[in-house]
Design a protein around this ligand. Structure first.
Ligand code: ASP
Length: 326
């Protein structure tokens, strides 16, 4: 009897140690990766970006403290960035070759492996909400174009005219590209947004939202709405959201490959992200990724000169940065 009691107490102590060694909750976000130079970005603009990233993180932390699910937090945190003209998602989406805005988004839950995505939508104010509705309220994983909009409308989501997404900065980027007929994918796509969350129940969720690539044609779709390319989550491995030149991410099966490196090679999420970014570089692609595992270990890797990024943990640890080595 005494032995049994001792064993019980030992098990209790071990469980307590394991739980307290694990972060109770954590959030990592990105606001796009790309060519960024410290000299060319004004102090004022840097401050503006950091303030918006901070607003998103603070909202997410408050929700998690109050017991919100990882999925609710991913959606609300991404909404903050979608509603800002600073990012290439929602309000600040880039323009297609034809001068309209077509948006993509996806979300995936780590516990259930449920996922939802929309691609090429022109009138859904917050595409990440539509992605979530596809996950929760349909039997599909991805809906596209007019059909996705019709579904979003039926779900009661906010529909806006395409001109809502007009911003002078993104419009001028398209005009420059059209004028110079330069390689169409190399400029000002920066600003895709993403979020990965670990909630108090130990569940992971990942989400990504984007306007895609400036000057895109023929209904081009990138990696962001593709589960396994731009977004992936599995409680047993990690949650991931990507940003960068989508064609490379699709070919690499980027996010799913990172999860496989964690699962099969036993790499940490940071090591796996690092290895995958190396593969991206070898292929000639550019971009970044954020990752998080169920113990609250984070990753923020990129091969560009900068990536808007930040994280916050229940321990209070927090950082927001833009450039490499910052
Ligand atoms: N990955 C996005 C796309 O290819 C763009 C980006 O993240 O910058 O559509």
């Amino acid at each position: 009897m005494r032995q049994k009691l001792l064993l019980f107490v030992l098990a209790l102590v071990l469980t307590t140690i394991t739980i307290s060694a694990r972060e109770k909750y954590a959030i990592v976000i990105h606001g796009g990766a790309g060519v960024m130079s410290r000299d060319k970005m004004s102090e004022e603009l840097r401050t503006e970006y950091k303030a918006k990233l901070n607003e998103a993180l603070v909202l997410g932390k408050k929700m998690l403290q109050e017991g919100a699910s990882a999925t609710d937090v991913v959606v609300k945190v991404i909404n903050v960035m979608e509603d800002s003209p600073l990012f290439n998602a929602g309000k600040g989406a880039v323009f297609t070759h034809d001068g309209v805005n077509e948006l993509d988004a996806s979300i995936m839950e780590g516990k259930t492996q449920n996922a939802g995505a929309v691609s090429g939508v022109r009138d859904v104010k917050n595409p990440i909400c539509a992605a979530r509705a596809v996950m929760d309220n349909s039997e599909h994983v991805m809906l596209s174009g007019a059909g996705a909009s019709e579904f979003a409308k039926l779900q009661g989501l906010e529909i806006v005219p395409n001109k809502y997404f007009y911003t002078e900065r993104r419009y001028q980027s398209l005009q420059q590209l059209l004028k110079k007929e330069r390689e169409r994918t190399k400029k000002d796509n920066m600003g895709t947004v993403g979020c990965v969350v670990l909630d108090q129940d130990g569940n992971l969720c990942a989400g990504t939202s984007t306007g895609g690539m400036t000057n895109k044609k023929y209904g081009r779709i990138g990696d962001s709405p593709i589960i396994g390319a731009g977004t992936y989550a599995n409680n047993n491995t990690c949650a991931l959201s990507c940003t960068g030149h989508g064609e490379y991410y699709i070919r690499l099966g980027f996010a799913r490959d990172i999860s496989a490196l964690v699962e099969y090679k036993n790499l940490s999420v940071a090591e796996a992200c690092h290895e995958e970014i190396k593969k991206l570089s070898e292929m000639g692609g550019t971009g970044g990724v954020i990752g998080l595992d169920a113990d609250g270990n984070i990753a923020m890797e990129f091969n560009t000169s900068g990536m808007f990024r930040g994280y916050i943990k229940s321990s209070g640890e927090k950082d927001i940065a833009i450039f490499k080595n910052e």
